[in-house]
Design a binder for this molecule. Structure first.
Ligand SMILES: [Zn+2]
Length: 285
């Protein structure tokens, strides 16, 4: 009698134990619940407000001028903070293969394909830019002085650094615009023009080169749209005396007119002269 009771007790204990082990096993081998909140805590730290730029006050009327020297690379293209990983494998895969901006048919598909990604790692960029042709669109937030901060993931996937031939200056441009910039400055490096009856190199016509990729509103005015400099598809040349319209008929020797005809136009750029911004060349009309 006692033996049987003991046997039953042992069997019952064994059964309970096995059940507990099975329950533990099922629980611990299930996929872990996603915890975006904990990762969001490690989302990119916003940089402190930008330091005031001297160009802003000295060139208030120009819609595009930005002095690259006043803007270190890491300011306009914030580095990806170390704390953003680890990402779930699905997100990591889509991040490794960024969607080609030009292949996206509409805003909707951008939202659909990247919505998880954006809410996951970049909750701090509430505004969506317009779709700028093959150069795509991005999420951003306003900072100070008409500046914006672009989703660093977009910057990392689209903005590249190139060295302009002739000038030997490193600049940041959109990856889809890099060939055009290189072509323009190859013309400038190798070309000549006749100015006042004398042959000069095109390179000698450049007295200053200002911003290419600068994230901001037109004219540094937060109530206006975004400057095409925000996409890294524009450049300002000889800003000091080109806040104005250049009349090709009466000013045939104007350096920016010559650079437009001999370098930027054949390289696919349009010229801001039609809207009195003769320092400005960009890759959209
Ligand atoms: Zn400009």
């Amino acid at each position: 009698m006692q033996k049987r009771f003991l046997r039953n007790t042992v069997a019952l204990s064994l059964l309970v134990g096995l059940t507990l082990i099975a329950a533990w096993y099922v629980h611990n081998t299930s996929p872990p619940p996603s915890s975006p909140a904990s990762v969001e805590a490690a989302s990119p730290k916003q940089k402190p407000a930008d330091s005031p730029k001297s160009k802003v006050t000295t060139e208030p009327s120009h819609s595009s001028s930005d002095n690259i020297a006043a803007q270190p690379t890491n300011e306009s293209a914030p580095a990806k903070p170390a704390g953003t990983s680890p990402l779930p494998s699905t997100v990591g895969t889509s991040a490794a293969k960024p969607v080609e901006p030009g292949s996206l048919p509409s805003n909707t598909s951008v939202e659909v394909s990247r919505s998880t990604f954006n809410t996951y790692s970049n909750p701090g960029y509430p505004y969506l830019s317009k779709e700028n042709g093959p150069f795509g669109q991005f999420h951003y937030r306003d900072t100070s002085g008409g500046r914006i901060e672009i989703d660093p993931e977009w910057v990392a996937a689209n903005i590249v650094t190139i060295v302009l031939p002739g000038l030997n200056r490193a600049v940041e441009v959109h990856k889809e615009a890099a060939d055009n910039f290189l072509a323009a400055f190859n013309y400038i490096q190798n070309g000549t023009a006749v100015v006042n009856g004398r042959e000069v190199s095109l390179l000698s016509l450049i007295r200053s080169m200002d911003g290419t990729f600068v994230s901001r509103h037109v004219n540094w005015n937060p109530t206006r749209g975004l400057s095409n400099h925000s996409w890294g598809i524009a450049i300002d040349i000889n800003a000091a005396n080109h806040f104005c319209y250049v009349n090709p008929a009466s000013e045939p020797d104007d350096p920016n007119l010559i650079l437009w005809e001999k370098a930027f136009k054949p390289a696919g750029f349009s010229w801001g002269n039609s809207y009195n911004d003769s320092m400005h060349f960009e890759l959209l009309d």
